[in-house]
Design a protein around this ligand. Structure first.
Ligand code: ADP
Ligand code: MG
Length: 684
């Protein structure tokens, strides 16, 4: 047992804790000293006590206080990983899983993948016998439930970054609450930077009436404990712009330049919305570097960043230099960057938005919430007092920014979510105990699409075998269905390659200014059938070159991305074989490939408007206006009928990754979904 610290109980039965424990720290290795200097260290005993005595412990603490890297180690040190059990720590973001796992392995002096490992989709760096602490995305843990519904190998599951309220985190929380009832030995730790700790606690409070304090030793208390870790952030001075800025990328770049010219040393962290923004900003900054920007090290940070680039981000800034890290939301709370003194906040982030009425989900650049803005500012106060430059007005912050963000559950397409719950045997989806209820319209839409995909039957149960097979493939159900269909059309090799490419962000090497060259390179591979077939051409070229990095460089293809595609492809082939799909090439019969794509993506069918000279399409389902994205090989070609993979919106809604189809395939693929009527030419 753990030593009992002093506890103070609050009104609602949550437990708040004061601390005392101080550390002597003489004669310890420096990494050990660093660990003891972190704010959570003072709460070590308390955390261990609470975890031992409560089924659920909620820990709130500022970013950088040591929650993610330390708590799993404390748990292990106090025996939670003994007897073959494991400690899991989930993160919403893949990049955070990787960097945190490697940091913890380093602190423990072990090789990553042995005692400390991680798993993200298509990348499993763990060892069945050795791994005791496992970092993983919440999505991967959900998948593990399919094989092991009670997650029996874990003694403690720490759901980290719960405040992000990602779709998978929320599903996971709902399911863990169910599992707890069947596994009194399981402990949950829910940790986050800022959270509505109370509402989370009441979600997990399964005790009807308050229990006495003298419960049996082995029965944990059912009311969650709440512990709040006092951070030691420094003050951050907030600076606003006086007038709204017309272009936040340019504004961010010029702010960075003036910080570099006028302010004392210290790294700069810039928040932009996505890789395209980040590339554009880096280009502007590096253009300038010869004249004024001596001593500036400009680094991008976004998910999908190659390993070597990740390491540079975390390495100490050389003397006399200043790092500028240009990041997506990922640096808001998931990663701690030492040395940041200045933050530049553009006020936006890219978020998923789903409208069930028109059945379109897209990524939209959206204003952030006040809570996010405060988090971002907080990143400047890590090592000494810092400054945060907000590229919006104070008036806007006060009067227009919403207080909190909307949980992803309430702004997502729920097709994946529903199929996962169904696969776990949860049939009453509407009645599921959600941390935040999704809209019934979105659930109904999801059920409708899954029914048309042949994944659910009339009773909304998974069909056998198709439904179970689709659930088994760790991809979006529409992509999984496309792979299943490829078996019928004899083109599984091709379709698996397409699925692998669609599962990564981009295979093209973007940035550094060469848009024209990139377009030319793309044309070399362009196929009249569309982007999916173009991917096949690129992959063929890559394999033909002997997977050469030189070849990639010459063709503006991202070498790391292609290596990843190749790896994912191998894994998908293994999964396909396990599901009884014959690995077969259609030897150039692209009609087969297009039919397989249609079998998965029929819901995304669009028709070019007759008399449209500017490439206006309408979705067949809901008559939404969409255009082909300029990055597509079909941009300006504008074939009459297409299906798309995804939508991005900026000034308009753009279809990304588009392929031509024959409308008769739609009724073939999904007779219930499309009536003949919809596919006839409209009268004008
Ligand atoms: P929290 O989860 O509370 O935000 P972390 O456990 O991630 O905090 O970080 C605690 C400390 O560990 C940070 O202050 C940072 O100094 C250090 N740290 C975390 N990740 C890394 C890394 N990848 N490289 C170097 N130091 C790191
Ligand atoms: Mg953390």
């Amino acid at each position: 047992g753990t030593e009992k610290p002093r506890l103070v109980e609050d009104e609602e039965g949550g437990v708040l804790f004061y601390t005392a424990a101080a550390s002597s720290g003489y004669g310890l290795a420096s990494i050990e000293k660093q660990r003891q200097r972190l704010p959570v260290y003072k709460y070590r005993t308390a955390i261990l006590y609470l975890v031992e005595t409560h089924a659920t412990t909620i820990i709130v603490g500022e970013t950088g206080s040591g929650k993610t890297t330390q708590i799993p180690q404390y748990l292990k040190e106090s025996g939670w990983a003994e007897g073959g059990r494991m400690i899991a720590c989930t993160q919403p973001r893949r990049l955070a899983v990787q960097t945190v796992a490697s940091r913890v392995a380093e602190e423990m002096g072990v090789k990553l993948g042995e005692e400390v490992g991680y798993t993200i989709r298509f990348e499993d760096i763990t060892n069945n016998e050795l791994t005791r602490i496992k970092f993983l995305t919440d999505g991967v843990l959900l998948r593990e439930m399919m094989d092991d519904p009670l997650l029996g190998k874990y003694s403690v599951i720490m759901v980290d970054e719960a405040h992000e309220r990602s779709l998978s985190t929320d599903i996971l929380l709902g399911l863990l609450k169910k599992i707890q009832r069947r596994r009194p030995d399981l402990r949950l730790v829910i940790s986050s930077a800022t959270i509505e700790a109370r509402s989370m606690a009441s979600f997990f409070n399964t005790s009807r009436k308050r229990q006495g304090r003298d419960d049996g030793e082995h029965v944990p208390r059912k009311e969650p404990a709440i512990l709040s870790v006092e951070g030691r952030g420094f003050n951050v001075q907030i600076c606003y712009v006086e007038e709204p800025v017309p272009d936040y990328i340019r504004a961010a770049v010029s702010t960075v330049c003036s910080i570099h010219d006028e302010e004392s040393m210290g790294d700069i962290l810039v928040f932009l919305t996505g890789q395209d923004d980040i590339d554009a900003a880096i280009q502007l900054l590096t253009e300038d570097s010869h004249s004024r920007k001596q001593g500036l090290i400009v680094l991008p940070l976004y998910s999908g960043l190659p390993r070597a680039d990740q390491d540079i981000i975390f390495s100490p800034t050389p003397r006399g230099k200043r790092k500028v890290i240009i990041s997506t939301n990922i640096a808001e709370t998931s990663l701690t960057l030492e040395g940041v003194v200045y933050v530049v906040d553009c006020g936006f982030s890219k978020q998923r938005f789903y409208n069930p009425m028109i059945d379109i989900e897209n990524l939209v650049v959206t204003p952030i919430s006040k809570a996010s803005a405060r988090q971002r500012a907080g990143r400047a106060g890590r090592i000494r007092p810092g400054k945060c430059y907000r590229l919006y007005t104070e008036e806007y912050f006060i009067n227009e920014m919403s207080a909190d963000g909307i949980p992803e559950m309430q702004r997502s397409n729920l097709v994946s979510c529903v199929i996962q719950l169904k696969a776990l045997g949860i049939d009453n989806i509407l009645g599921f105990d959600w941390p935040a209820s999704p809209s019934p319209e979105a659930l109904i839409r999801a059920l409708e699409v899954l029914y048309s995909l042949g994944v659910l039957d009339d009773d909304a149960k998974l069909t056998s075998p198709a439904g179970f097979q689709v659930a088994e493939i760790p991809l979006d159900p529409m992509v999984s269905k496309m792979i299943l269909a490829s078996n019928d059309y004899g083109c599984s090799e091709e379709v698996i390659t397409i699925a692998a490419v669609l599962s990564i962000q981009s295979i093209w090497f973007s940035g550094r200014g060469a848009q024209k060259e990139l377009d030319e390179a793309r044309l070399r591979f362009a196929a009249a059938e569309g982007d999916h077939v173009t991917f096949l051409n690129v992959y063929k070229g890559f394999i033909g070159s002997g997977k050469s990095s030189n070849w990639c460089h010459k063709n503006h293809v991202n070498y790391h991305a292609m290596k990843k595609v190749d790896e994912i492809r191998q894994q998908l082939r293994r999964i396909a074989q396990r599901l009884g799909i014959a690995l077969k090439s259609c030897e150039g019969d692209m009609k087969a490939v297009r039919k397989a794509v249609t079998a998965g993506f029929f819901a995304n069918a669009c028709r070019l408007e007759a008399f449209s000279h500017n490439g206006l399409y309408k979705t067949v389902r809901s008559s939404q206006e969409v255009y082909i994205h300029p990055s597509s090989v079909l941009f300006r070609v504008n074939p009459k009928w297409v299906v798309f993979h995804s939508i991005v919106s900026t000034d308009r809604q753009y279809m990304r990754n588009v392929i031509t189809i024959d409308p008769s395939w739609l009724t073939e693929a999904a007779p219930q979904f499309y009536q003949q009527q919809q596919l006839k030419p409209r009268p004008h």
